[in-house]
Design a protein around this ligand. Structure first.
Ligand code: G3H
Length: 250
């Protein structure tokens, strides 16, 4: 079985209730059979967005951007995977570089969060990616291999886990790696996942970092790129829709 195609939008700390209209426009204008579509809005929008998509003919999944490793407890400001599920989420992004940088998240913490997501019945989208200094130092493949080894729990399967490669220097910058650089990392990820997990050959691998309507088709043609994790261009249906369509056509 081939990995599932996934177009995932990460709204980060953007959007409000009025922005939910983008969901209607996306569903109306950009159906892409055979391609899963996911939006991860700020936590306060998960439940209203889930309610909004439940009325749509073409399903759009809703996800969180982080979760705590515990199911409940005295953790002010945090949200558990169980609560995300209860609010209507089916996925959660974990280990995004902005979480690793802004909140000091370690590989071990990402693993614990992913295990919690799996226990709650969520698909964990686990992010890895090198800094510009690491790429310049020729350390990219070692960094990615180490993050993969350290950030994925043992119970991961192709059904409950997606891996996203996001070079930190490409996020929100308008810069992207060359196709060969993306291919090299995605081949490494496929090899490592296949070696470690029984169905690692079926895990979806996303590329993220300045994906736009203008470069999406080219990126989706690269081997072992099964979709995208999109930031800025996921905020408007007029940008995200063509990316979804490009993935559907790939
Ligand atoms: O999670 C999404 C990524 O950080 C990519 O963001 P971007 O598409 O704005 O570069």
């Amino acid at each position: 079985m081939a990995p599932r195609k996934l177009a995932a939008g990460n709204w980060k700390m953007n959007g409000d209730l009025a922005a939910l209209d983008q969901i209607d426009a996306l569903a109306r204008d950009h159906a892409a059979p055979g391609c899963d579509v996911l939006i991860c809005p700020p936590a306060v929008l998960i439940h209203p967005m889930a309610a909004r998509v439940s009325g749509l003919a073409d399903t759009i999944a809703v996800g969180g951007q982080d979760c705590h490793a515990a199911a409940s407890g005295a953790h002010t400001g945090d949200i558990s995977a169980v609560q995300l599920k209860d609010a209507g989420a089916s996925h959660v992004i974990l280990g995004h570089s902005e979480r690793r940088t802004d909140h000091g998240e370690t590989d071990a913490e990402v693993t614990a969060k992913a295990a919690a997501a799996h226990r709650a019945g969520l698909v964990a989208i686990i992010c890895v990616g090198e800094s510009e200094a690491q790429r310049d130092a020729g350390e990219t493949l070692d960094v990615i291999a180490a993050q993969l080894a350290g950030s994925i729990p043992e119970g991961a399967t192709a059904r409950n886990t997606v891996i996203a490669y996001e070079p930190i220097w490409a996020i929100g910058t308008g810069r992207t790696p060359t196709n060969d650089q993306i291919a090299e990392v995605h081949q490494l990820m496929r090899d490592r996942l296949t070696a470690r997990f029984a169905d690692g050959d079926q895990m979806s691998l996303l590329y993220g970092g300045s994906v736009k309507p203008g470069n999406a088709a080219e990126i989706f043609a690269i081997a072992h790129v099964n979709g995208a994790l999109v930031g800025g261009a996921s905020l408007k249906a007029s940008d995200f829709g063509p990316i979804v369509s490009a993935l559907g056509a790939a």
